[in-house]
Design a protein around this ligand. Structure first.
Ligand code: FES
Length: 161
């Protein structure tokens, strides 16, 4: 959905009856961010600017709302996202070595994306699979019990995607 097609009332349903116009506009921001990110894989500045203008919300407020949530991104992300868990359980079981190996293999550091946009490398505090530590996620897939061989398989899997 483009920003031009955004229908505020439709997105908030019956709640619209008890909200002021300003509240309705702010309330639709999160849904708009989700739609924008789904389409672009991140929140491009020009699109956020257009959204702010359409809703009559200052760009600074649009940014401050989006940046409150960790799952909205302001830079383009790769087609694949590899996320190394660096939580306590994974840390004590070698997460830093896993991260180092992946960084080395793709020539990027945590938080960066390869030049060909094939992969973004991120870290996370815990993915809730501590029993499988150390763990990485490749897009939606959890890969646990990592050892050097499995890390090599993860790297190969991402290279082939
Ligand atoms: S600390 Fe890594 S899954 Fe919990």
């Amino acid at each position: 959905m483009s920003v031009a097609e955004l229908n505020v009332d439709e997105k908030i349903g019956n709640v619209k009856d008890v909200l002021t116009e300003a509240q309705k506009k702010r309330g639709v921001l999160i849904h708009a961010f989700q739609s924008i990110q789904k389409e672009h894989n991140y929140l491009p500045e020009d699109v956020l600017n257009a959204l702010g203008k359409k809703l009559n919300i200052p760009l600074s407020e649009v940014y401050s709302t989006a940046s409150f949530y960790k799952h909205f991104y302001f830079k383009p992300r790769g087609r694949n996202v590899v996320c190394v868990c660096v939580g306590t359980a994974c840390h004590v079981r070698g997460a830093s070595k896993v991260l180092e190996k992946i960084e080395e293999s793709f020539g990027i550091k945590e938080g960066e994306t390869t030049a060909d946009m094939a992969m973004t490398l991120e870290t996370v505090g815990c993915v809730g699979c501590c029993g499988l530590a150390p763990v990485v996620t490749v897009n939606e897939e959890v890969v646990g019990d990592l050892n050097p061989k499995k890390v090599a398989e993860v790297i190969k899997m991402v290279e082939e995607k």
